[in-house]
Design a protein around this ligand. Structure first.
Ligand SMILES: Cc1ncc(COP(=O)(O)O)c(C=O)c1O
Length: 351
């Protein structure tokens, strides 16, 4: 980072190119384009897919708002398909049932770092001529059918906000398997500048979604530690699973299987159906344990209700799970004793 600060290039320089190359290699994608945030990356992929007014974009209601907002930025309408109660990711059958003549794209999400059903979603998209975008903002390092997320083909977006597996403060990366799309993304993130054109030559409507050289340097250093970070997060999650294994009422996220390996992002438990989550949160708070109601359904956010008239009952599985799930303290350097304390506090709160 200091080298960058002492250099003449603080943006659009060699460090972001190095970061992009190293990132592409790490996830097994031919091209990676750095951007200023995960949200910016999702927005650019919607632009690249030609999403516009009158279109519908199918996405998950059980996600962070950015995976739906990216379509709204381009004037499209978000259509929420319900999720699978086990993986908490889009249910491919619900996606298929939501396809209409106006559908342009599907923004699938690898929620809590668990890969979505990429192959099923891809074949639905191919059958209906839709673009598949993988919101992998929470899933750096996850694998699907033995290969890293990012290596499978659909363009994917990763995010580097401080709570993510690696961080640049703010930042993100788009991976693509298309040289043409990577060129378009580079132009779009850089005010629509033409490939060969000068500084004031703008070939299209673009944005300032660049990642600067200082952040790219942080990203490169973070990437060096990726394996160690992923391993420490795996170990911390395994410790929680052991500690919570005999806590009645603490349902754990689904385990890995032959096709899916989670990259640990947050540690979420599902409380029993009908339990009083607010009472559990208060009791944990009284014991000094901060938790989060993770995640609220996107379609039930106030701006979504007002704008589209969405209400309860639209996505029953997502709504049921959303009312029961709770994020516990979790980060790469979490202390074992703190985890034991959290587990005991949760046991007491559930009694
Ligand atoms: C699933 C998902 N999508 C998109 C984003 C947006 O990323 P950013 O905060 O970098 O814009 C996040 C992270 O917050 C996320 O968790």
């Amino acid at each position: 980072m200091l080298d960058v600060l002492r250099s003449p290039r603080l943006s659009l320089g060699p460090t972001s190119e190095q970061f992009e190359e190293a990132f592409a290699e790490a996830v097994g994608a031919p091209f990676a384009v750095s951007v200023s945030s995960g949200t910016a990356g999702l927005h650019l992929l919607c632009v690249a897919a030609g999403v516009g007014p009158g279109d519908e974009v199918i996405t998950s209601p059980y996600s962070f708002v950015a995976s739906a907002n990216c379509a709204i930025y381009e004037g499209a309408t978000p259509v929420f398909a319900d999720i699978d109660s086990v993986t908490l990711n889009l249910d491919p059958a619900a996606v298929e049932a939501s396809v209409s003549e106006r559908t342009k794209a599907v923004v699938a999400v690898d929620i809590y770092g668990y890969p979505c059903e990429l192959d099923e979603l891809r074949s639905i998209c191919e059958r209906h001529g839709l673009t598949l975008i993988d919101d992998s903002c929470e899933a750096l390092g996850a694998t699907y059918k033995g290969r890293t997320i990012g290596s499978h083909g659909p363009s994917a977006v990763f995010a580097f906000y401080p709570n993510k597996q690696i961080t640049t403060g703010e930042g993100g990366m788009v991976t693509t398997h298309s040289a043409e799309e990577s060129r378009l993304l580079r132009s779009l993130r850089n005010q629509g500048r033409a490939d060969s054109g000068g500084w004031l030559d703008h070939a299209r409507l673009g944005f300032n979604y660049r990642l600067d050289e200082i952040r790219a340097a942080i990203g490169l250093a973070q990437l060096d530690k990726l394996e160690e970070i992923l391993e420490r997060r795996r170990a911390a999650a395994a410790r929680y699973a052991e500690l919570l294994g005999d806590v009645p009422g603490a349902g754990l996220l689904c385990p890995d299987d032959d096709d899916h390996t989670r990259s640990w992002f947050v540690y979420v438990v599902a409380l029993p159906e009908g339990s009083d989550r607010e009472a559990v949160i208060s009791e944990l708070e009284r014991r000094g344990v901060q938790t989060a109601r993770y995640l609220p359904c996107i379609h039930l956010q106030s701006y979504m209700r007002e704008r589209y008239g969405f209400s309860e009952g639209l996505c029953p599985v997502a709504e049921r799970m959303s009312a029961r799930t709770l994020a516990l303290p979790f980060h790469t350097g979490i202390d074992e004793d703190d985890q034991a304390y959290v587990a005991e506090a949760l046991r007491a709160a559930l009694e």
